[in-house]
Every structure is written in structure tokens, then in C-alpha cells.
Design a binder for this molecule. Structure first.
Ligand code: FES
Ligand code: FES
Length: 160
């Protein structure tokens, strides 16, 4: 077994340090070490988008990163966008627009859309589609997910 490496990172605003094996995936660190199981792992090779978290505010597939690569970084997971256990604006929109069925893919969609709307609150329909294009959903047919995204955009801009 390879020697463990000390890492320090900020996880949903809290500083953490840990000793990890060099090959530990960030997704496994989040789920198994930090016990934040809202981040889902589907394909584990960068295809489905379910494991998406924000690294320094940018959506990243946590199954394609080693935990050691997150040393010094600020990471946000789906738990971090539900302040005080209340649904965040994007989560609420998914709930109201029925943007999920089994919910397996949902955390990834929510994280990518959260990042987009923070950076571009008035993102165009095409920008929304582009930001969600790397996410697979095997249940919904995507129609209600797009509706949820449009609802979230309207809410972020003070409407709906
Ligand atoms: S689990 Fe990471 S992209 Fe599918
Ligand atoms: S809601 Fe089931 S995979 Fe998307």
C-alpha cells in the first residue's frame, strides 16, 4: 500500500485535513471519508456527470480527480447548496418542476446549474443546455429538467 499523503481542503465551507492514499478518488473521499453521500457515483469514468461537485466554483467530475489533487481547494457538494437543510433555489426548482424521478442524476445536474447561474444569472437557453449536456439521466427524458433549469433562472432573477 502506498504511503498516505496529508491533504487540506475546504469542504462546504469547513476546513478539513485528512491522510489519504494517493490513488483515492475525490468521489470516494467525499462519500466514504467525509460521509457526504449526496454526491452520487454512476459510471466512475467521467461519462454520466452524477458525481459532479464544484472545485473552486467550477463543475468537476469527482470520479476523474484524485483526492490529493484537491489539496488546498475549496469543494462544494450538493449538501453545501442546501444551507441549514433548506432546499437551495435550484433544488427547489427541480422539486417544483418534477425534474427528477429516481434522483440518482440530480445532484450532478444541480451542481452544474448552480455554477452556471452564479456566473451567468441570465444564462440563455442554449447556455443552460450546454451546461447540462454532460449529464445523463436515464429516467426523465430531460424535459422537466430543462423546465426546472428555466424556473431556477427565473427565481435567481427575482421572477416566478
Ligand atoms: S460517476 Fe463520475 S462521471 Fe459518472
Ligand atoms: S432521475 Fe433517475 S437517472 Fe435521472
Amino acid at each position: 500500500m502506498a504511503a498516505e499523503i496529508e491533504i487540506r481542503l475546504t469542504l462546504n465551507g469547513e476546513e478539513r485535513s485528512a491522510s489519504v492514499e494517493p490513488r483515492l478518488l475525490l468521489s470516494d473521499f467525499i462519500r466514504h471519508e467525509a460521509r457526504l453521500t449526496g454526491t452520487h457515483v454512476g459510471c466512475e469514468h467521467g461519462v454520466c456527470g452524477a458525481c459532479t461537485v464544484l472545485v473552486e466554483g467550477e463543475p468537476q467530475r469527482s470520479c476523474l480527480m484524485f483526492a490529493v489533487q484537491a489539496d488546498g481547494a475549496s469543494i462544494e457538494t450538493i449538501e453545501g447548496v442546501a444551507p441549514g437543510g433548506e432546499l437551495g433555489v435550484v433544488q427547489q426548482a427541480f422539486h417544483e418542476a418534477h425534474g427528477m424521478q429516481c434522483g440518482f442524476c440530480t445532484p450532478g445536474f444541480v451542481m452544474s446549474l448552480t455554477a452556471l447561474l452564479r456566473e451567468s444569472p441570465d444564462a440563455s437557453d442554449d447556455e443552460i443546455l450546454d451546461s447540462l449536456s454532460g449529464h445523463l439521466c436515464r429516467c426523465t427524458g430531460y424535459v422537466n429538467i430543462i423546465e426546472a433549469a428555466h424556473l431556477a433562472r427565473a427565481r435567481v432573477n427575482g421572477g416566478a
